[in-house]
Design a protein around this ligand. Sequence first.
Ligand code: NI
Length: 221
Amino acid sequence: MELLTHQLLDESTTYRLRRNLLSDKNSWQEGIKTAGSHAAKVKNNLQLDRSSSTSEQSSKEIIEKMKSDQLVKSFSIPNRFHGVMFSRSGQGQSYGFHIDNPYMSTGRSDLSFTLFLSDPDSYEGGELCIQSVQDCQKIKLGAGQIVIYPSTSLHAVEQVNSGERLVCVGWIQSYVRSNEDRSILFSLEAGAKSILAKHGSSPELDLIFQSYSNLLRRLGD
Ligand code: NI
């Protein structure tokens, strides 16, 4: 399965965001309010009210950062970042296996992301589990690191055994809805950029970049 893990935020930005989010004591509410009917049966956490100014400002900052991140852009070919929310899971809390809604009021979910905001040593458990054919891939990243994975995957958050897990989650509507097509484009662009960095521009490379653009036109919606 194709997923991207990446350091999105530096340490000081992560620290500032975390402090702002946690100090807004009045805007955290039961996560079950925002779950779909299937997900509601397995959801057990706290979420920051999306209409709060803390949520709006923090989401805006994170989306801006993702929009300007070259690796995130190449991997996800984003049309829109949407549905961003902040979630806290304390001791005993978890989120069972579920699939994200394919269409939300904010857009289509082609890719899901989780941005880890807590220091991984500050809580036990709380791994994001992404189901693959035979087992699940467990992901617990450093503060400021993001994982982006196909929304077509079943996933869960394991129970937090101590401490607290703070994350930002959201979705990406890509110009290319097929995971396989997006993966081909990602490799092609990465290869071409690497040739450019090593050998500089050339008429041959112009043809490869031309083909990349025209393939994106053909595969995108
Ligand atoms: Ni989910």
